[in-house]
Structure formats: C-alpha cells, structure tokens
Write a protein that binds this ligand. Structure first.
Ligand code: JHZ
Ligand code: ZN
Length: 417
C-alpha cells in the first residue's frame, strides 16, 4: 500500500536539501511507486508496500536526491545484499585495503573503522594485512556473519554518539571507510560530525558512491531505489566536507557498480585546493536542471526500447530468463513492467535471495545451476555491471545475453570464448 500523505510514519517527504538545506527542489524523474528493492518475498502472494520513487534536483547545491525517505530500519536491519557475492567486488576491496594500508597506516596499532561493513569483506582484507579493525553495520544478519569470522562488528547504525563512544573505548581511528553508505544516509551532518570526532589528526575518511556523472551519461536509472537517498557529483561532497573542516585529498573514478567515485578526505587546518572535478562537472552540465530533465526523457526512451526488444523475442516464442537479482534489477523490472509473462525466472548466487521472489514483479529466483542446465535462448543480464565477469564465467552458454544499460543490445553467441 502506498503512503497516502507526507505524514505517513514509514516514509517522510523531503522538503529541504540534505546538504545545503535549500527548499528550492525540482522534480526531475518519476519512476512510479515501487516496493523496497532488497525486500525479496518468501511467497509471491506476500503483502508488499510501495513507496514513491522520484528524484529531485537541488537548484542551489545541485544534489540529486529522492523525494521520499523510507524508515531506515525497514531497509537495513535484515539485508539481502552481500558484498562478497561477486569476484569483482572481492578483488576491489582487497586492492582498496592494500592501497589505504600502504599509504595511510603507520603501525599495526592504528584503528581502521568501516561504516556499513556488510559481511566484513573489506575488514577481512585489512585484518589479513595485520590491522586493528572495527565494523559498524545495522544489518544483524550480516554483522553476525562478520563477527563469526572474527571481525568485530557493532550491529547498529553509525551516528555521532556512537563515534564518541568508539573513540572513548578504543581511541581515534586512523582510517574511516564508508563504501556505498554515504548515499544511504539521511542525516549526513550527523554522520560527518561523528567521522570528524572519531578521526585522528591526519587520519583519512575514504568513501565510495555511485557517480552521478555515470548515472546521467549511461542512463543508469535502475540504480535509483529507496536505499539511495542521494546521487552524488563531487561538488556537494566537497561542500559537505568543508562544513566539517575537511578537504578532499583525492577523487578517483572507478568502473565498479556501473561507475563510482572514491573520495578521500582529511581534517586539515591548511586550505586544500578545490577539486578539478568540479569544473569538469560544470562542463558536463551536472549542475544544471535541464541535464536531469533531459535524463528523464532518455529514461523513457530506454525503458520503451527494452520492452520492445523483449516483447519481440517473446512474440517469436523464445524464452528469456534474468541473470542476477541485484537491488537495481527491481527498479528496472518494476519501472518497465517486466514480470513472469516475460522472464521465466532469474538466477542469483546470493543465499539470501535464492528460493525467494523479486519484489513487485514476483519472479522466482533460482540458483545459477538452473540456468546452466536449461541453456535458455536469451538471458537478460540484470547484473549488467559485471558483464565481463559473467561472460567469462558463462563462456559455455549457448544462448544470447541481452545487456539493458546504457541501451539494450543483444550480444552474439559465446562472446566469452
Ligand atoms: P550488485 C548493491 O546494489 C546494494 P546491487 C547497495 N545498496 C549498493 O549501494 C550497491 O550495491 C552499490 C548477483 N550475481 O553488486 C549477486 C550473480 O548472481 O550489482 C548480486 O545479487 N552472478 C549496497 O544489489 C547481484 O548479482 C554473478 O556472476 O544492485 C549483483 O548485485 C554475479 C557477478 C553477480 O549490487
Ligand atoms: Zn542543496
């Protein structure tokens, strides 16, 4: 059932920008009302709640943000996504741990804190390098897995009061990491206050967020779901860090998750020069309302084109399945109206998803083995951000993959061979 008014207890309507407090917000994309992207169903008949999925543009600081904020405990207490579920992410976090360890740690006594530490993939890599680690993650199911692996994890939301407590009991942190967590937090001022309080003098705060430049360029509207409250360019991040006397040491663009930026900030009394990214972003129009109005039209085109491609295959009597059941696939499937009339099933490697049904569209989720056995003529790669990994892994697949983003394309047979 959709929330009827802004006073609905489970979804708050946004009236002011999360970064600059402006009221000058304009609606730029409306994806309808969708269920929570990681709320996989036990049974297709289970009741579901839907919430508006809309993007607003801040005309003052150019932050792109959701119009409705769902209560975080509905989304993050029992979490289906595991960061260890793909080889790409496992390799990515290993490299990040090595990089931060080599550049910013001086002793094995230095404390590394990860906010949103999920099942402990990154902390495990730091521990392997001999570091002292602490995780914080509200998902009780994932914190349990990490604790069982010997990676101490507090099963709570990180906030300023917790930051003070950690500092009192364990001392300051030399490195704080927030990978794919900054976009998920409503009160960024409280989070930044906590980071500033916990961070040692000269320590670093390293975050990774999906990059708005990639969302815009590649029409990645499927990365819009209720967990992602903010869609960042560098400019709003720099504005926010500056409010806490923190400057940006570096900004790096990464391929992961369809395009990510890693921003490393530090507390500094010296003036740190403005990031060169900000001029680039201006040239690309990431600070302009028209850019996101135009994105709205491109999303409509892309959705219709995908529907047309799939309907054509179905009209020829050929079966299609979905490959991967990422959170983002649930935005795509719901926004395009793709359900069991089009996809026989989807497959996924995550134990938390197998045997369940996709939210809103009620497609059964099976193990990868089923796909390998059936060899369906077409497979819609819903986890398109792992195209290379999947093609290599499925080099014996005799059918054809359909890649939905940036625009639908059908790959030739056996592209991995
Ligand atoms: P993946 C997550 O989004 C959630 P999702 C989160 N909200 C976030 O911010 C982003 O990450 C960044 C499966 N798979 O990583 C595993 C296969 O089945 O794109 C996953 O369920 N076989 C924190 O959920 C899904 O696909 C495979 O071979 O969109 C991928 O999810 C591979 C490679 C993956 O993130
Ligand atoms: Zn703003």
């Amino acid at each position: 059932m959709a929330p009827k008014t802004s006073s609905d207890a489970d979804a708050r309507r946004v009236r002011r920008c999360r970064v600059c407090n402006s009221k000058d917000l304009t609606l730029v994309l409306d994806l309808g009302e969708t269920p929570l992207a990681n709320s996989y169903l036990e049974r297709p008949t289970d009741p579901e709640r839907r919430f508006p999925l809309r993007l607003l543009f801040c005309n003052d600081c150019s932050l792109v943000q959701l119009s409705h904020i769902v209560r975080p405990d509905l989304m993050f207490r029992d979490y289906a996504y595991r960061s260890s579920s793909s080889a790409t992410v496992r390799e990515h976090v290993r490299e990040l741990a090595e990089y931060l360890h080599a550049n910013f740690l001086t002793s094995s006594k230095d404390l590394v804190v990860e906010i949103g530490s999920n099942d402990g993939s990154l902390l495990g890599a730091f521990k392997g390098l001999g570091s002292r680690v602490l995780g914080v993650d509200p998902a009780k199911n994932l914190a349990r897995i990490a604790n069982e692996r010997g990676l101490e994890t507090i099963p709570e939301f990180f906030d300023a009061s917790m930051a003070h407590q950690i500092r009192q009991t364990r001392g300051p942190a030399r490195i704080i990491i927030g990978n794919n967590v900054f976009a998920h937090v409503d009160d960024l001022h409280d989070l930044m206050g906590g980071v500033a309080a916990l961070l040692d003098e000269g320590g670093v705060f390293s975050i990774e967020v999906p990059y708005l430049g990639d969302l815009n360029q590649n029409v990645e509207y499927d990365t819009v779901y209720h967990e992602h409250l903010s869609y960042f360019a560098v400019h709003p991040i720099e504005t926010l860090f500056a409010q806490f006397q923190m400057g940006l040491l570096s900004v790096t663009r990464l391929e992961i998750h369809g395009g990510t930026i890693r921003v490393i900030g530090t507390k500094s009394k010296k003036r740190i020069p403005r990031s060169p990214f900000i001029d680039l972003e201006r040239k690309c129009g990431l600070d302009r309302l028209e850019t996101f109005r135009d994105l709205g039209y491109r999303v409509e085109y892309q959705k219709s084109y995908l529907k047309y491609t799939l309907d054509k295959i179905k009209s020829e009597g050929r079966a299609i399945v979905g490959y991967g059941a990422p959170a983002k696939s649930n935005t795509l499937l719901n926004a395009c109206g793709i359900g069991t009339e089009t996809l026989d099933y989807v497959i996924d490697t995550t134990p938390e998803k197998i045997g369940k049904y996709t939210p809103g569209t009620h497609i059964p989720i099976y193990e990868t083995e089923r796909f390998r056995r059936d060899q369906p003529p077409y497979a819609l790669m819903l986890a398109w951000n792992y195209e290379k990994e999947i093609i290599l892994k499925e080099r014996d697949y005799t059918g054809q993959f359909i890649i939905p983003i940036p625009y639908p394309r059908i790959l030739s047979k056996n592209p991995g061979q």
